[in-house]
Design a protein around this ligand. Structure first.
Ligand SMILES: [Zn+2]
Length: 226
């Protein structure tokens, strides 16, 4: 599902950041979508079935957050959602101009995966890469596939936007992410032994903590829309 050459496995690039520079976990206002509105187009490879699943994902934003995905007309900044590129990935935040969100027909066409990648595009990183994650999970690097350790890098400039760590976040990976032996050797182990981790594609909606963070991050932008 994820690529070793992408930051944290499925992040193609980060708005306003040159490679190797420090990054903000949640982006400055210039990298947010104006008015909380994200114009989109579907690539020609997207089938009507795939479209339905992705629209279900967008609907989760529409019912719980102030983010609005709208079909692009003439907007300069927008996302193009494609299913014929390799892997599930997105940029984080508004890059400027057209930016892709990839939901590969092989393994990415799930409501949960669509929500996960769209939440990257809105401006969020991974829950298990929050700066405070070591208080909640242990990363077992010895079980991580060679070349994928960077998928567990912590976000150095992570900013708090009103919610504590949530194991069930749509932005949290499962226990066997990038494992050398999937289903046997865990890579992410919760300190709370009662917790069972799930992959984004196993989820169907955002958690309250996810939607709260979106609404907090976009409060000023969305207020400008009204
Ligand atoms: Zn991701």
């Amino acid at each position: 599902m994820y690529n070793s050459d992408l930051f944290q496995g499925d992040i193609k690039g980060i708005a306003g950041q040159e490679p190797g520079h420090e990054r903000a976990a949640i982006l400055g206002p210039q990298y947010l979508w104006s008015g909380g509105v994200v114009p989109y187009v579907f690539g020609s490879s997207i089938t009507s079935n795939q479209r339905d699943i992705i629209l279900q994902g967008m609907n989760d934003f529409h019912t719980k957050t102030c983010i609005r995905f709208v079909e692009r007309t003439t907007q300069h900044h927008y996302i193009e959602i494609v299913s014929n590129d390799s892997g599930c990935w997105s940029y984080v935040g508004k890059m400027g101009g057209k930016q892709r969100v990839s939901l590969d027909v092989n393994g990415c066409i799930y409501v949960g995966t669509a929500i996960h990648e769209l939440m990257h595009a809105v401006g969020f990183y991974h829950e298990h890469c929050r700066n405070d994650r070591d208080n909640y999970v242990t990363i077992h690097y010895e079980n991580v596939m060679r070349g994928y350790a960077c998928a567990f890098d912590k976000d150095t400039n992570w900013q708090y936007v009103g919610e504590g760590y949530n194991y069930a976040s749509i932005m949290h990976y499962g226990a066997y992410s990038f494992s050398v032996n999937w289903g046997v050797l865990e890579t992410i182990v919760p300190l709370d032994t009662k917790v069972v981790l799930h992959e984004p594609w196993e989820k169907y909606e955002m958690e309250h903590s996810d939607t709260n963070q979106i609404n907090n991050l976009y409060a000023a932008e969305c207020a400008r829309r009204h």
